[in-house]
Design a protein around this ligand. Sequence first.
Ligand SMILES: [Zn+2]
Ligand SMILES: [Zn+2]
Length: 139
Amino acid sequence: MGEQKTGSCGCGAVRFTTSGPLRGIVYCHCSQCRKQSGHYFAATNVADSNIEIEGAENITWYNGSEVARRGFCRICGSALFWKHGELDTVSVLAGAFDRPSGLVADSHIFVDHKGDYYEIDDGLPQFATSTPAVKVSGN
Ligand SMILES: [Zn+2]
Ligand SMILES: [Zn+2]
């Protein structure tokens, strides 16, 4: 099991509780993440079996690519989840977690696709597209 963590969308219509290990935060700078978030994504990842969602009927799932979908609150618009159809894990947006989250920053992906109005200078590993450890759609 492990320590439980809670989180929600901005309006509280969607709430979740995770248990077990949470991946380090991966920052995704791909164009889909940029456009959905207005900047870039910061997400952890958890096994499907280690997350319980309340208010799932309030989640709209947008099929952003052929292999992955993006879940957001249909009421307040908060981005919450990113789900690869072939994996038994779900990415959860870091900012949705209640404090203290205990989350730890890990790395940046799709740096070649980042916005042209900021620099990445936090010293974390940077990857041009994806990494073997982070399966993404390659957009
Ligand atoms: Zn909401
Ligand atoms: Zn992305």
